[in-house]
Design a protein around this ligand. Structure first.
Ligand code: I3S
Length: 130
């Protein structure tokens, strides 16, 4: 059992962004909860990790602080710049999944969020049968 050939072609990226979930499997959440997140794109999956500030006290092992919070399957997902009414923040992406979840992804540096837009868009396209 090896890595499927198609996975090897998928783009990969990791970095810090701000994110909040808006809709969970079709259910709109009552309020936003913007948090910083170590975010990894790998093999068509985008993983937002928990902010280490909120990990259980007393555990100072850095590796153990990297805990997934949301795992997003990009197959069938869509990403676009968010409409102004979605957030007062600048440079906000809206990511919608096939499973009916929605996330906002934001960073104050335009080049950083533009790079995320590009790689997420490309990953979605590579996952789309054509
Ligand atoms: O869409 P909203 O309700 O204006 O989102 C803001 C709130 O989540 C706010 O928290 P409180 O409900 O505790 O006030 C956040 O602090 C803001 O960041 C949210 O708005 P932005 O425009 O930043 O996404």
């Amino acid at each position: 059992a090896g890595v499927p050939e198609s996975v090897g072609h998928l783009l990969e990226k990791a970095g810090i962004v701000n994110k909040t979930k808006l809709v969970d499997h079709g259910k709109k959440l009552n309020r936003k909860n913007w948090t910083q997140s170590w975010t990894v794109l790998h093999g068509g999956i985008l993983t937002f990790h928990k902010d280490p500030k909120f990990s259980p006290a007393g555990n100072t092992n850095k590796a153990s602080q990297i805990v997934p919070e949301y795992t997003v399957d990009l197959k069938g997902a869509s990403v676009q710049w968010a409409a102004k009414d979605k957030s007062s923040k600048k440079f906000v992406l809206e990511l919608k999944t096939r499973q009916g979840c929605e996330y906002l992804i934001q960073y104050d540096t335009e080049s950083i969020i533009s790079d995320w837009h590009k790689v997420i868009q490309e990953a979605i396209q590579q996952l789309t049968p054509h």
